[in-house]
Design a binder for this molecule. Structure first.
Ligand SMILES: [Zn+2]
Length: 295
C-alpha cells in the first residue's frame, strides 16, 4: 500500500511536512490486516496491559491519564484509568477500562464506511485524479515549450553578439533576462514533477482503513490498538467518564459525513462531494509572474 509525502486538504510540500501516514505505521496496519484477516488469527489477550496508555488526557485539568491495575477482594483483577492530577486540583474519578473501550469501539463504528460507498468514492477519486493528471501534464508541457523557445533565443543572441549586430551592453541585459526566465521555468517544471503524487492510491488507502478500522481494532493486540488509535485520533480527553474524541482530518470528515447521513438518504452524492473536496490541492508556485515571451 501507499503512504504519502503530503498533508490532507492543504498544499503539497514534499518532504517538508510530516506525512499524514507514517510509513512504519502504515506497514503495521497492513500487517494487522494481512495476519488477522487472512489467517483468522485472534489477538493474544494474555499480555493485556494498559491499552490506552499515553492516549488519554484529563478533560478537566489536562494532565495525563494513566492506567492502573487493581485486585478486588474476590481476587478478580481489573484495569482502570485515572488523572495523575499532577500539581492540580482535579475532581475526576477513576474510570473502568471497559467503559472507555466501549466508547472507543463506538467512535470507530462512527467512521465505518459501507463497502459500496468505499467503491463509489474510490471511483470518484480515480476520475478526479485523471482530470488532475491531464491538467498537470498540459501545464508541464507548456512550461517545457517556453524553455525551448528561450534557449533558442539565447543561441541567437549569442550569434548576434559574435556578428557584432548588438552592443555588449544589450547582449548582457538580454542574456541576464533570458537566463533568469530559464531558471524560473526549471524550478516550476521540477515542482510539477514532484507534485506528481498518486492521490488515488492514497485516498483509497484512507477509505479502506475507515472501512475496516472497527474490525481491525477488535482483532488487534494492545500495542496495535494503541498505534491504530494514535493514527485515527488526534486528541482524546476523558471527563466525567465520557470520552471527548477528535479524529484526524480525513477521518473527521468521514465521521461528519456518516453523521449527516443518518438524517439524509442522499448518500452517494454527498459521499462524492465530501471526499472529492477533501483531495489535497497541488501547489502551483510562481504563477505567471514573468513577462510572456513575444510570439
Ligand atoms: Zn484531571
Amino acid at each position: 500500500m501507499y503512504y504519502g509525502d503530503f498533508i490532507w486538504k492543504d498544499k503539497i510540500h514534499v518532504g517538508v511536512h510530516e506525512p499524514i501516514i507514517n510509513k512504519v505505521l502504515w506497514k503495521n496496519v497492513q500487517d494487522i490486516l494481512d495476519s488477522r484477516e487472512n489467517r483468522g488469527k485472534q489477538a493474544k489477550w494474555g499480555t493485556r496491559h494498559f491499552t490506552f496508555k499515553g492516549l488519554l488526557e484529563c478533560g478537566e485539568c489536562h494532565r495525563t491519564v494513566t492506567g492502573d491495575k487493581k485486585t478486588k477482594s474476590s481476587g478478580k483483577e481489573y484495569v482502570y484509568y485515572r488523572c495523575t492530577k499532577y500539581k492540580s486540583e482535579c475532581s475526576q474519578k477513576p474510570v473502568n477500562e471497559n467503559a472507555i473501550n466501549e466508547q472507543i469501539e463506538q467512535a470507530l463504528k462512527d467512521i465505518e464506511l459501507p463497502k459500496d460507498t468505499v467503491d463509489y468514492i474510490t471511483e470518484a477519486l480515480k476520475d478526479s485524479l485523471d482530470i488532475k493528471r491531464d491538467t498537470t501534464d498540459r501545464e508541464r508541457k507548456r512550461l517545457e515549450d517556453r524553455k525551448i523557445k528561450l534557449m533558442t533565443r539565447l543561441d541567437r543572441l549569442y550569434e548576434d553578439k559574435l556578428d557584432n549586430n548588438i552592443t555588449e551592453d544589450f547582449y548582457n541585459r538580454k542574456f541576464n533576462e533570458y537566463t533568469e526566465q530559464v531558471t524560473d521555468l526549471d524550478s516550476r517544471i521540477s515542482n510539477y514533477t514532484q507534485a506528481d503524487i498518486d492521490y488515488y492510491r492514497y485516498g483509497s488507502g484512507i477509505l479502506e482503513l475507515a472501512h475496516k478500522a472497527s474490525k481491525l481494532y477488535r482483532m488487534a493486540n494492545d500495542e496495535e490498538k494503541r498505534e491504530l488509535l494514535g493514527y485515527l485520533l488526534s486528541n482524546c480527553q476523558l471527563i466525567d467518564k465520557k470520552l471527548v474524541i477528535e479524529y484526524r482530518k480525513p477521518f473527521e470528515m468521514i465521521m461528519k459525513r456518516n453523521t449527516s447521513f443518518r438524517t439524509s438518504e442522499n448518500s452517494l452524492t454527498k459521499a462524492k462531494n465530501t471526499l472529492s473536496g477533501a483531495l489535497p490541492s497541488v501547489e502551483r508556485t510562481g504563477r505567471d509572474s514573468n513577462p510572456q515571451l513575444p510570439p
